[in-house]
Design a protein around this ligand. Structure first.
Ligand SMILES: Cc1ncc(COP(=O)(O)O)c(C=O)c1O
Length: 364
């Protein structure tokens, strides 16, 4: 184990995903790769039906339940195909020709809407499109009889985040890919949670999906094909209908352990403090133009433009040269984006803030 914060030539990584993992977890995985749990083979070389792997699986499911405040009756699945496959699976399993409300908070919500339209009627009670998604709603009108409402809790591209959950009569479905387990949040209210692991939970190739008993009851009525059917996955004795990403499950378990060791409250407070350092600077002069509306700001992805947009590529180039990587904004917003998920060290945020202060001093 290394004590230095950035050994192995690691740099300040602001990638939107796959994103930085806790260094201690990367080192732990490296240790365990050749020989998992004293089996004499690594986790990538071991049957997913073996006892040690099943123990790992159960342990990781338990951690998800504890951290998300879900009951033992909730189903926890580790699937593949990313959050993008969940856009389809949610609608295929739950909609069944009914109506669903979809909150349009950007690109990812729209991809989910596109899939849902294949299986029923989509109503969009809120769309942030007219303002290039700088705002998320606090509340919205419910469509009577809607089977579910679909929300995206954090909008990776625009740097916006929901800061509360309105009551929902039907099921509540949340794409939490870019802010799962980043703060204390009332996840027990959410019937279906899904998240690609590659931002806050581990490597890509693993998707965490949780379903409440009432969501599962609805899904049980669907005739979705085998691999796309939640009930098929849930009904397997170990929720392993097919071979999962075994390495991904180990990495997930170690990241969850890292979160549990700190406690979600501390993780949330650290994330808030990290984000506020950048927002304070962005608000300090009109050299910077933050994208998200004040009340919609995300603690995970911070998006901004420069007053002089011609300086944006210069910023990215000089930042990269200074060892600050992944800051180019998504093309739908342009400008800059700093993704500062759970595992982004506070030292990286401090280095970014210092770089920005110097950039403004020289160019402002
Ligand atoms: C909020 C959100 N949803 C869905 C996706 C798509 O995830 P995946 O690439 O795992 O399909 C992303 C990817 O960045 C995302 O940020």
């Amino acid at each position: 184990m290394s004590d230095a914060p950035f050994p192995y030539g690691r740099i300040h990584n602001f990638s939107a995903g796959p994103a930085v993992l806790p260094l201690s977890v990367v080192e732990e995985l490296r240790e365990q790769l050749p020989n998992f749990a004293g089996m004499g083979v690594g986790v990538m070389e071991l049957s997913h039906r073996s006892k040690p792997f099943l123990k790992l699986m159960k342990g990781a499911q338990g951690r998800i339940r504890r951290l998300l405040n879900l009951s033992d009756e909730h189903t926890v699945l580790f699937l593949q195909g990313g959050a993008s496959l969940q856009f389809l699976m949610v609608a295929m399993n739950l909609l069944q020709g009914g109506t669903a409300d979809y909150i349009d908070t950007g690109v990812w919500a729209n991809k989910a809407i596109k899939e849902a339209k294949r299986y029923g009627t989509v109503v969009v009670p809120f769309s942030g499109k007219a303002e290039n998604y700088r705002q998320v709603p606090r509340d919205w009108a419910r469509t009577p009889g809607a089977v579910y409402t679909h929300i995206t809790t954090n909008n990776t591209i625009y740097g916006t985040q929901l800061h509360g959950l309105p009551e929902s009569e039907g099921l509540l479905v949340a794409d939490m890919s870019s802010d799962i387990l980043s703060r204390e949040f009332d996840t027990s209210k959410i019937d279906v949670i899904y998240a690609g692991a590659q931002k806050n939970l581990g490597p890509s190739g693993l998707t965490v999906v949780t379903l409440s008993p009432r969501a599962m009851a609805r899904a049980a009525l669907s005739d979705a094909p085998t691999m796309l059917n939640y009930k098929v996955h849930a009904d397997d004795a170990d929720q392993l209908y097919n071979t999962p990403n075994t390495f991904g499950v180990l990495a997930l378990d170690r990241v969850l352990n890292w979160i549990e060791t700190q406690g979600l409250q501390t993780v949330g407070e650290t994330n808030r403090r990290k984000a506020q350092k950048i927002y304070d600077l962005l608000d300090s002069s009109d050299f910077w133009r933050p994208h998200a509306a004040q009340d919609s700001r995300s603690d995970m992805n911070i998006t901004w433009r420069l007053k002089d947009e011609a300086l944006e590529p210069v910023f990215v180039k000089e930042a990269t040269e200074a060892g600050l990587d992944g800051l180019k904004g998504h093309r739908s917003v342009g400008g800059l984006r700093a993704s500062i998920y759970n595992a982004c060290p506070e030292q990286s945020v401090d280095a970014l803030v210092a770089f920005m202060q110097e950039f403004e001093r020289v160019r402002g």
